[in-house]
Design a binder for this molecule. Structure first.
Ligand code: FAD
Length: 440
């Protein structure tokens, strides 16, 4: 009987276990998690912080569903992989042999490199235990400082605000999320944060976290200002958990390098999810995502390949529907480029592909708080940001991912003061009716 071992009980690991089980009912499948909380929705942590979800609502599966699938679960930290011996070793020394191994260890928050980082009250948002800690601290905290960028920094701001904590948000540059959003989008988010009474500090960098008896009491900025606070929350980017793979000689770069079958450089060892650096045919580069959907797709493809069904993984156009300062925002394809001073790497809910914008023309239209930005190539759309009204986000996902020829409306889209949303909606309805006509 083949023994499949999966390190990681996140969405990639669980999708792989399901895929293996669907093609190999007799196999032994072992899922290992370092966290005692098992499999839960990581993106849901933001809604748990704001109080919109409770803990029970974070769990997509019940324990008995794993039992019904015959998947064994282990709680423990794997400390070493021995590919030659086909074994993994736990921290306490126990060894587990495997026939095929999946590394789905995810990513973790990059460190906050500032004096005082070890004080009690310095928090990040990687896992359920982090969220519980923030909720505990927020019960007594009066004010907080948030540093970093991307979606998670805002989720920290929103979570603290929702719990009645006065919040300062420090940005190193002059606007929010510079390499994904354009200036209008950043300003829209900032205006909404101000409206929620967030104190925004631009061109502001932490110099030191001040503490008393090991607890956070404030911060000092590089320009010498002091601000009192009880909590410092940070989200400066994530790093793939690839140390164990590197230690045993598996090839890696920013993540574990895998081929189109999600195989690593070691025989019978696969990788998927946030830890894997995957070839992207749209850019010709191997990239990292920190997105739930791609992690699930990679996990499922890895599981099939582990079970012997050669299934290439084709990276889809990255797509995320999220909330930025309570404004529903969808980001699709490539939309920006360059560096962001607030992030050392990609953030959670983020994709490297979003910021690999080649030469493209940008067209945009605003209507009240709704905004649509399109990145227009020679024949196709290559990216879009949809803020507010989401009617067009699914059609745009299809038009971008399927590289639909938009030449019939390209010139119109580029005209100033064009009603872009109406034009696209019209194009989409004609496109759909042609598709259904062709299918008849
Ligand atoms: C706050 C937050 C907000 C997010 N928002 C979004 C969003 O808006 N949209 C979106 O698409 N994505 C979002 N994400 C990202 C998304 O959650 C991840 O892309 C996804 O969870 C990755 O899944 P994974 O299975 O690769 O890794 P993970 O879910 O990180 O799971 C890793 C697993 O590996 C285990 N593990 C790690 N090391 C070891 C070890 N040594 N031994 C044993 N087990 C180990 C862990 O315990 C865990 O079970 C967000 C994430 C967070 C934290």
């Amino acid at each position: 009987m083949t023994h499949y071992v999966i390190i990681g009980m996140g969405v990639a690991g669980v999708a792989a276990a399901e895929a293996i089980r669907s093609h190999d009912p007799a196999a032994r499948v072992s899922l290992v998690s370092a966290e005692p909380d098992g499999y839960y929705s990581r993106p849901g942590l933001a809604y748990y912080l704001t109080g919109e979800l409770n803990e029970a609502q974070l769990y997509p599966f019940r324990e008995k569903e794993f039992d019904q699938m015959g998947i064994q679960r282990f709680h423990g930290v794997v400390s070493r992989i021995a590919p030659q011996e086909h074994q993994v070793e736990f921290e306490h020394g126990t060894r587990l042999p495997y026939d095929r191994l999946l590394i789905a260890t995810g990513a973790q928050a990059g460190p906050l490199r500032v004096k005082g980082y070890e004080a009690r009250g310095v928090v990040k948002l990687d896992c359920l235990e982090d969220a519980r800690q923030i909720i505990r601290l927020a019960r007594r905290a009066r004010s907080a400082v948030v540093v970093g960028g991307g979606i998670t920094a805002l989720e920290l701001v929103e979570g603290l605000l929702a719990r009645g904590v006065k919040t300062h948000y420090f940005l190193r540059g002059d606007r929010y999320w510079t390499n994904v959003l354009d200036e209008t989008e950043s300003r829209t988010v900032e205006q909404r944060l101000r409206h929620e009474k967030v104190n925004l500090h631009f061109h502001t960098d932490l110099d030191e976290i001040l503490q008393s008896h090991g607890r956070v009491v404030g911060v000092r900025t590089k320009d010498g200002r002091q601000i009192q606070c009880d909590v410092v929350a940070y989200a400066v980017g994530v790093q793939a958990r690839k140390g164990m793979a590197e230690a045993c000689g598996i090839k890696s770069d920013r993540g574990i390098l895998v081929n189109e079958y999600l195989q690593t450089s070691a025989e019978d060892v696969f990788a998927a999810g946030d830890v894997a650096q995957v070839f992207d045919p749209s850019t010709g580069q191997a990239v990292l995502d920190s997105l739930w959907g791609p992690a699930r797709e990679q996990g499922a493809a890895a599981g099939l390949n582990m079970a012997g069904l050669r299934t290439p993984y084709l990276k889809s156009v990255p797509f995320n529907v999220t909330r930025l300062a309570d404004l529903t925002t969808t980001i699709i394809g490539t939309v920006g480029r360059g560096e962001d001073l607030d992030l050392h790497s990609i953030a959670r809910g983020d994709s490297e592909t979003w910021r690999q914008l080649p030469d493209a023309i940008s067209a945009q239209s605003n209507f009240e708080i709704n905004r649509l930005r399109l990145l227009i190539g020679q024949q196709t759309l290559i990216g879009a940001v949809v803020m507010g009204d989401q009617t067009l986000s699914r059609p745009l996902q299809h038009l971008i991912s399927q590289r639909v020829d938009i030449r019939p409306i390209r010139q119109h889209l580029l005209q100033p003061r064009i009603r872009m949303a109406d034009l696209l909606a019209d194009f989409w309805s004609k496109f759909i009716s042609q598709l259904s006509y062709a299918a008849q």
